[in-house]
Design a protein around this ligand. Structure first.
Ligand code: ASP
Length: 322
């Protein structure tokens, strides 16, 4: 007899209550019989609406006054996937990524045409909220502070000065003085039927060049799921490194496919990232679930930690660890 168990892993900035509430929400939905894909979307949506994470409402505002967001979601049953990159004014990027998965033959839509697609869909589906100014009192204050700090650097030639500044060494010093949300969120789920799904959502990093797309919307980088193997997702890793390493979530899945447990696969990829690019991955930045429902969380090299929420059907309460 095989006893199927559901299991959900959620990670992001270490804000215990937000992560625990999201994990509980996902756990309740799994208990009610929702499939892993629905649970990934709902859980990430909850985190996007929570102002403390760098996803959805909590994303930082860039110098041009824009909030640029990336997200992706993948269904392990069909290997269908959807991603959106550098989109603005969409309340829940993860839901738009889900629409790309469901309604298009494509995987990734970016920028203004992704926004147009969202506006078209929003006419029929009122749950997709467009023309939404994400932003919180904190991110607006951060934006005003950044502008103030740049007042002497950026003068008449507004756009050229800004790009020159972004490419200079000074930019890091200035941005380090502005406290910003950083904390992409990601969710990995196995449901009662043994179906896997994964997703990620982010506002990227505070001092990136506008228009940049990170790892979160890229399948195999931000998230990967395959019913034959398991699923993995990431948060808190600079996207450029994840992309240059060829997609860490796909690598974790490859290792699980070759027989490693989720934990061993995550450790192996953490070690590879250290060896190859000297990365010290934050504890909890890689999460995975294998076919047997065992979980993997990187915990070897820990500079800082991501908060991780875990719940499985055998647990009466969600657990949180950093
Ligand atoms: N990986 C995200 C990005 O580079 C950032 C993060 O995970 O914190 O866009």
């Amino acid at each position: 007899m095989i006893i199927m168990t559901w299991c959900i892993l959620v990670n992001g900035r270490p804000i215990e209550k937000g992560i625990l509430d999201a994990t509980r929400l996902g756990g309740n939905l799994l208990d009610e019989g929702y499939c892993s894909l629905d649970v990934v979307e709902s859980t990430i949506k909850f985190l996007e609406d929570h102002s403390s994470f760098d996803a959805g409402t909590g994303c930082e505002i860039n110098f041009f006054g824009d909030i640029l967001m990336d997200a992706s979601i993948m269904d392990g049953r069909s290997l269908k996937a959807g991603g959106v990159g550098a989109i603005r004014k969409i309340k829940n990027p993860i839901s738009l990524a889900r629409k790309v998965l469901e309604f298009t033959p494509n995987v990734l839509l970016v920028g203004k045409y992704a926004e147009k697609f969202a506006s078209f869909l929003a006419k029929q589906d009122k749950s997709l909220i467009v023309d939404y100014f994400a932003g919180t009192p904190q991110t607006v204050a951060n934006y005003n502070l950044m502008k103030k700090k740049l007042v002497n650097i950026i003068s008449d030639n507004y756009i050229d000065d800004y790009y020159s500044f972004l490419l200079s060494e000074d930019s890091k010093n200035v941005f380090d003085q502005v406290s910003v949300n950083s904390g992409t969120v990601s969710v990995t789920v196995r449901d009662n039927e043994g179906n896997f799904a994964s997703g990620a959502s982010t506002g990227g990093w505070p001092h990136i060049i506008p228009g940049r797309i990170g790892d979160s919307p890229l399948i195999g980088c931000g998230a990967y799921a395959d019913n034959l193997i398991g699923a993995a997702s990431t948060s808190g890793i600079r996207g450029e490194e994840n992309i240059r390493l060829g997609g860490l979530t796909r690598k974790i899945c490859d290792l699980m496919y070759s027989g490693l447990t989720a934990q061993k696969a995550v450790e192996n990829v953490t070690e590879y990232s250290r060896k190859r690019l000297g990365l010290v991955l934050k504890r909890g930045s890689l999460i995975a679930i294998d076919k047997d429902g065992e979980t993997g969380v990187n915990n070897v090299h820990s500079a800082a930690s991501q908060g991780v929420g875990l719940m499985r059907s055998s647990m009466s309460e969600a657990a949180y660890f950093t």
